[in-house]
Design a binder for this molecule. Sequence first.
Ligand code: CAA
Length: 257
Amino acid sequence: MPQNLLLKGPDKGVRIITLHRPEALNALNTALLGELAAELQAADADPETRAVVLTGSEKAFAAGADIKEMAARDLVGILEDPRLQSWQSISRFSKPIIAAVNGFCLGGGCELAMHADLMIAGENARFGQPEINLGIMPGAGGTQRLRRAVGPALTMQMVLTGEPISAQRALEAGLISEVCQPELTVERAVQLAEIIASKAPIAVRLAKEAVHKAGDTDLASGLRFERHAFTLLAGTQDRQEGLNAFQEKRKPDFKGC
Ligand code: CAA
């Protein structure tokens, strides 16, 4: 059983994973990241799981990498950091993942939230890349994913000053898709996850991949990928089910094949 996570589900196709290191504001140490990577791997392999909600506490989604653990690592320790494998594994998760963020979402915490496909946040959320205050810089995708999400101006400001931004600012900048009351964040994320979980899983998976492609390829290649993915879906039973259900004026029953 993981020591640093609370697990719920799958229920209606949705698993909820809660980061749980309250004594350190969910700082991402090796153990927590390893447990998270393992849980996501299990969720990926489980046909009952169609979407994941990732959340923390009301005070903190996660306050970054574990600074105390990091302080004990030298150059070789960083090169051989076992957390790198966990990050890679987390980034390969193929199903939709929704981050429900309250409170501090800083450094590695913000980088983790940006691994989600969709992010919503409570009004009390604070997003930041404060690594510069420690004499370091983001190292788990902060400069790259944030730049793609909110553009160069705000990214430079956040990465070079270390100053956090509010949930409202994150919404305006396109980092998150909704702001809600902190006590409703998880409920709203689960609602969205359940909607996604009710769709055809292969279409969801390919749509997720296609949208991500847009962030790291040129338009012509992205359009080609989209067309191939769209064509691939013609081989699925769920496509037939979706088209039939519309014409028969009933709800589709998607099976994931
Ligand atoms: N690592 C380890 N422990 C942390 C931590 C972190 N990132 N953030 C908070 N904690 C611990 C504190 O040390 C404290 O523990 P003790 O009571 O044992 O001292 C406990 O969590 C509560 O924290 P605070 O007392 O500081 O709580 P606060 O409400 O006064 O302040 C805060 C909250 C502003 C988030 C502050 O804790 C803070 O600035 N944390 C560090 C944020 C940060 O710099 N994150 C970036 C880390 S580097 C990184 O993330 C790089 C990467 O991934 C590659």
